[in-house]
Design a protein around this ligand. Structure first.
Ligand SMILES: NC(=O)C1=CN([C@@H]2O[C@H](COP(=O)(O)OP(=O)(O)OC[C@H]3O[C@@H](n4cnc5c(N)ncnc54)[C@H](O)[C@@H]3O)[C@@H](O)[C@H]2O)C=CC1
Ligand SMILES: CC(C)CC(=O)C(=O)O
Ligand SMILES: [Mg+2]
Length: 351
């Protein structure tokens, strides 16, 4: 049976960058069946909801899902359940992809594209493992209302169960074993109960199952600082949903642009992975052919590697991106003037 890849282009630059990634997939793995469906604002406009049951079922029946991005000013004032971002959260939850891998590596050719000094980013290769289906993005109760004195308030619940921490920490340990063997677990155990619980659970799990892995802990605010001060000190960073989201955008800038950062979201073995750029829908540049397609193309590379078992095709894509950058191909965010299409073609030329 043919392997199935579902494209969910979404909103803003999402369709532009997923089209680029699909073009590359068709070349390196032509036998994969590629389907397409709506998510986010595009789905709201068509069906009134950001993710339909049919599309979730289609995603579950695929081998891998590649999502572009969701959101934009058109839907920003809608009530929460009618916002595009809910489509993505529901998709992550629905697929139960609890481990979000966000690698940040600095291509040699882009060492001078970062706002940080060459010696800080040259040779950078770190992996953020972010918990993706729990924590404050999903916790209950949450809401905007008034307290019993009539004072208006907004609130979210940051909550983690032991199994939720354990399963993502196991992934971080496993990934570290295939790298330099170091995990830095990040939380705010100095001020948050859920942070203290996170730290204790990770420590206990490490004692029982951390063979070959060196575990350290860091407070999330200090980690943000260390990521720009001396990022090469890190091998694997393990973080909850919120801190992982923030720290991975910080790490993006070490690589030259947020347009370079891919991600893989994985669940239990045998279930489809969700692959998406770390960036959003970039409404400021949408529809102008200015988006850097590399994050989406490298997300496809991760799909080929992690869900579709095509390491050779993945290697081809990775090498082609590196060679195109070495040959000078740059979109505007990297200081060049190539359009999304021209950048994609420059990568295809190197396949
Ligand atoms: N995974 C997703 O679908 C995400 C969606 N969003 C949504 O996207 C919308 C915009 O959010 P922002 O905070 O502006 O974040 P953003 O990541 O969309 O954009 C931040 C900045 O980076 C630039 N940028 C992003 N991707 C780029 C690319 N591939 N090439 C060149 N430049 C790029 C944008 O032009 C903008 O200046 C919001 O509705 C937000 O909720 C935000 C983050 C993730
Ligand atoms: C739901 C998303 C818009 C949150 C986010 O910024 C991300 O996951 O990177
Ligand atoms: Mg984010």
């Amino acid at each position: 049976m043919k392997q199935k890849l579902l494209l969910l282009p979404g909103d803003g630059i999402g369709p532009e960058v997923t089209a680029a990634a699909a073009k590359i997939a068709e070349l390196v793995a032509p036998d994969i069946e590629i389907g397409e469906a709506l998510v986010g604002g595009a789905s709201i406009d068509q069906h009134g909801v950001p993710l339909t049951d049919e599309v979730l079922a289609q995603a579950k029946a695929s081998d891998a899902v590649l999502l572009g991005a969701v959101g934009g000013p058109k839907w920003a004032d809608a009530e929460r359940t009618k916002r595009p971002e809910m489509g993505l959260l529901n998709l992550r939850k629905g697929l139960d992809v609890f481990a979000n891998l966000r690698p940040a590596y600095c291509f040699e050719a882009l060492v001078d594209a970062s706002t940080l000094k060459r010696n800080v980013v040259e040779g950078l290769d770190l992996m953020i493992v972010r918990e993706l289906t729990s924590g404050v993005y999903f916790g209950e109760p949450r809401g905007i209302d008034s307290d019993d004195k009539g004072v208006r308030r907004g609130y979210d619940m940051s909550i983690y169960t032991a199994p939720e921490i354990e399963r993502v920490a196991r992934v971080a340990f496993e990934i570290a074993r295939g790298r330099d063997g170091r995990v830095c677990s990040v939380e705010k155990s100095n001020v948050m109960e859920s942070g203290l619980f996170w730290r204790n659970e990770v420590t206990a799990l490490h004692k029982a199952h951390g063979d070959g892995v060196e575990l350290s802990h860091m407070l999330a605010d200090a980690c943000a600082m260390e990521l720009v001060r001396q990022p090469k000190q890190f091998d694997v960073i393990l973080a909850d949903n919120l801190f992982g989201d923030i720290l991975s955008d910080t790490a993006a800038m070490l690589t030259g642009s947020i347009g370079m950062l891919p991600s893989a979201s994985l669940g239990i073995e045998g279930t489809p992975g969700l692959f998406e750029p770390v960036h959003g829908s970039a409404p400021d540049i949408a529809g102008q052919g200015l988006a850097n397609p590399c994050a989406a193309i490298l997300s496809m590379e991760m799909a080929l590697r992690w869900s579709l078992a095509r390491p050779d095709a993945a290697d081809r894509v990775m090498k082609a991106v590196a060679h195109a950058l070495k040959a000078g191909a740059r979109t505007r965010d990297l200081g060049g003037d190539l359009s999304t299409g021209a950048m994609t073609d420059a990568i295809i030329d190197q396949l």
